[in-house]
Design a protein around this ligand. Structure first.
Ligand code: DO4
Ligand code: MG
Length: 281
């Protein structure tokens, strides 16, 4: 089942049928057994016209977030570790990435307030004081206030590689700025946890030509979702639940940097595709 937050209301898509849900986003999603709750709604709620609601979902999509914070995990795949070690080799910080890859405690960092998140089809920004910017396609968990994973969405953890590479202490500036996080297009709520064979794909087009394409399976991730969640909830409460980006397994080659106008498409099996255009603020 897929939940879409739109400027015209909240829609549930199931087996090619669309339903409009009553209620408020935070309350709808922050519950135990979200899948069961949504299944009940299909029986109880008014069935709305498919053709009309499909175009509303397409044209008025908002990011599937309410009052949740967005957090991110880092260096959860070998490729991320290696790319970070490479970009920080002159700073003397490279060791930290191999240490955190092997450590018991994961790297978790605060990524975004909801108002800084870009929705599907909105712009994501690159910083004017950075020359080396990359997208990071990441499966993103929605975890409810009881620490239970209830759904998934697609995340883009935009990163300024030169800023982080200069000094790992600059990580918040490399990662946290206006529209540096994108989420969408929907919240995917399956009956069972997402398969480890799920494929995450990314494609970047410039002037209608493809300049980067790659994909990776979730089973290449070093850490488990429950472990990341357990660390995140150790000393933090999330009244409305929280989104957690789970790290990137894809980092473009060193000579690649995003430019304004580039089109980033991130796809994850079963969830769909998140599309954003790169711009300056
Ligand atoms: O250590 C820096 C950030 C890592 C990250 O964002 C990732 O691995 O996805
Ligand atoms: Mg990341």
């Amino acid at each position: 089942m897929k939940l879409f937050k739109t400027a015209k209301g909240i829609f549930l898509k199931n087996n090619n049928r669309n339903y409009i849900l009553k209620g408020e986003w935070n309350t709808i999603i922050n519950r135990d057994n979200l899948f069961e709750y949504l299944s009940q709604q299909i029986n109880d709620e008014q069935y709305s016209d498919d053709s009309k609601s499909s175009s509303i979902i397409e044209d008025f999509t908002l990011a599937p977030i309410g009052q949740q914070e967005v957090w991110a995990a880092g260096v959860t795949y070998l490729r991320s570790r290696d790319a970070r070690m490479e970009e920080s080799k002159d700073s003397g910080g490279a060791d930290f990435y191999s240490k955190v890859y092997n450590a018991q405690r994961p790297e978790l960092f605060f990524k975004s307030m909801p108002h800084r998140v870009a929705a599907h089809k909105e712009n994501v920004f690159i910083r004017k004081d950075s020359q080396w910017n990359a997208p990071e396609p990441e499966l993103t968990l929605f975890i409810n206030s009881n620490g239970k994973i209830q759904g998934y969405t697609i995340g883009n953890d935009m990163s300024s590689r030169d800023i982080e590479g200069e000094n790992p202490l600059y990580l918040p500036q490399a990662k946290v700025y206006e529209k540096s996080a994108a989420l969408g297009p929907c919240l995917y709520v399956p009956e069972h946890p997402i398969s480890s064979e799920t494929v995450i794909g990314i494609s970047v087009n410039r002037d209608e030509k493809n300049i980067f394409k790659s994909e990776i399976q979730l089973n290449r991730m070093k850490r488990s979702f429950t472990d990341l969640t357990e660390y995140l909830f150790r000393e933090c409460d999330f009244e409305n639940g929280v989104f957690l980006m789970t790290g990137t397994g894809i980092v473009p080659p060193n000579e690649f940097s995003l430019k304004a106008g580039d089109k980033i498409e991130i796809s994850i099996d079963k969830i769909g595709m998140l599309t954003n255009i790169v711009a300056y603020k």
